[in-house]
Design a protein around this ligand. Structure first.
Ligand code: PGA
Ligand code: ZN
Length: 423
């Protein structure tokens, strides 16, 4: 359905790290307005679309978004004001206007803000909850609530690197509602804060996504403390609550070696380490176990652990169809981490989602470490029936905006259920 755009208005706003990001309002010709803001990563993949930054070091250390906002208010408006589009036509028009393969001209932040603001305006005009509008793009007529994968402990680039791996997540697998999953997670999170206070005698400092960041001496200590937290909260690890890891290993891969645990591991040694963890701990999802360019080793990792755990590609895939296709062809992964700002428009994300699904993969819909209070990601996860959602911990309002929206959808639409955990 084509909808006439009056104009867009861009804004520079701040994300959860206090860094600038982009918000856009889309005004349709009948006066309907939708507004949306885009997130921003810190542990970014090399193949991500360009987040346009001003580069003026005297202002926000060069991270300002005034150029991207200027592109919304000028070039984008000149190209689309007064014209009618559906979602795909608008996104393709913006991609053509940008003219680069990585959205480096207008900025993926500018394009995505407009793509999302248009989606929200259309949903309002059509009197649809946003998830149904997103579902319409996929011709979906049924919906699922995603399973939650939630940060418990953090390290790497999100927590000053006290352990090299980025996130240890907890996954409620016996809970069959968002409401139950969140109340289970609450117990585990606060049992972990108690344990850490006793063990490390410290206040529980948190990382960028709200994960706890005590000074673990070793990665196994992080894993063991997660199991202890689950048990102390009254759950059975692996039956009620499982574990997931985001290794984010591109960030400690140097000169063909993985610099982890004060060792320098080859690709095969890194695979052996990961396989041992998957054998010893109830890990159901393992993200970026290998580096984004280590294509030679990914098929072996997938072969070793793919029957037991999701082999999830984040930096590896960067939500780019060319990289997803390569991973499908080479059997390098079995799940996509879908981050919409890695590709920079709803239509690009939809193509990535469909491609992953066509190969029988699971999809984990993901936020970024720099987020805003906007909750569109929850609607996207439901609208496309993403298998999992990953938005950080259960503290901090930019994270809770998404969980709270899932709670709202669950209450308002009791016919929408959560699928059982598959692995
Ligand atoms: P990022 O981290 O948003 O900083 O990239 C999230 C992740 O790596 O999954
Ligand atoms: Zn990641």
């Amino acid at each position: 359905m084509s909808v006439k755009i009056d104009h867009f208005k861009g804004y520079e706003i701040l994300d959860s790290r206090g860094r600038p990001t982009v918000m856009a309002k889309c005004y349709l010709s009948d006066g309907t307005m939708g507004k949306a803001s885009v997130p921003s990563g810190a542990s970014t993949g090399k193949a991500e679309s360009v987040e346009l930054r001003d580069g003026n070091l005297g202002r926000y250390a060069g991270l300002g978004c005034q150029k991207a906002v200027g592109h919304i208010n000028q070039e984008i408006n000149q190209a689309v004001s007064g014209l009618s589009f559906d979602q795909k036509e608008l996104d393709h028009t913006l991609i053509r206007l940008d003219g680069t393969p990585n959205k480096g001209n207008l900025g993926a932040n500018a394009i995505l803000a407009c793509s999302l603001a248009f989606a929200k305006a259309c949903a309002i005009q059509q009197d649809l909850p946003l998830f149904k509008y997103f579902g319409g793009l996929l011709a979906a007529n049924s919906f699922r609530l995603p399973r939650l994968t939630v940060n418990l402990f953090s390290g790497g680039k999100h927590a000053g690197g006290q352990v090299p791996i980025q996130d240890l997540l907890i996954v409620p697998i016996s809970a069959m509602t968002v409401e139950q999953a969140l109340s289970d997670l609450y117990k585990v999170y606060y049992s972990a804060t108690d344990i850490i206070r006793k063990k490390y005698g410290m206040r529980t400092l948190t990382a960028d996504e709200g994960g706890l960041a005590p000074s673990f001496n070793h990665i196994d200590e992080m894993l063991d403390t997660a199991l202890e937290s689950i048990e102390k909260a009254g759950f059975k690890p692996g039956q009620d609550i499982a574990l997931a890891m985001d290794i984010a290993s591109s960030h400690f891969y140097e000169g063909g070696k993985y610099h982890i645990n004060e060792e320098k591991l080859t690709g095969m040694e890194q695979i052996a380490l990961l396989s041992d963890w998957v054998a010893k701990y109830p890990i159901v999802s393992l993200e970026d176990g290998l580096a984004e360019d280590d294509w030679d080793h990914w098929p072996e990792l997938n072969k070793k652990i793919g029957g037991k755990s999701l082999v999830l590609g984040d930096d590896l895939l960067c939500t780019q169809t060319s990289r997803i296709q390569k991973a499908i062809d080479t059997h390098s992964a079995n799940a996509l981490l879908l981050k919409v700002n890695q590709c920079g428009s709803i239509t690009d994300a939809l193509e990535a989602f469909k491609l992953a699904k066509s190969a029988g993969w699971q999809v984990t819909v993901s936020a970024r470490s720099g987020e805003t209070e906007d909750d569109w990601l929850a609607d996207l996860a439901v609208g496309w029936s993403g298998n999992q959602i990953k938005v950080g911990s259960i503290t901090q309002s930019e994270r809770l905006a998404k969980y709270n929206r899932l709670l709202e959808i669950e209450k308002d639409h009791p016919e929408i259920k959560m699928a059982p955990w598959k692995y």
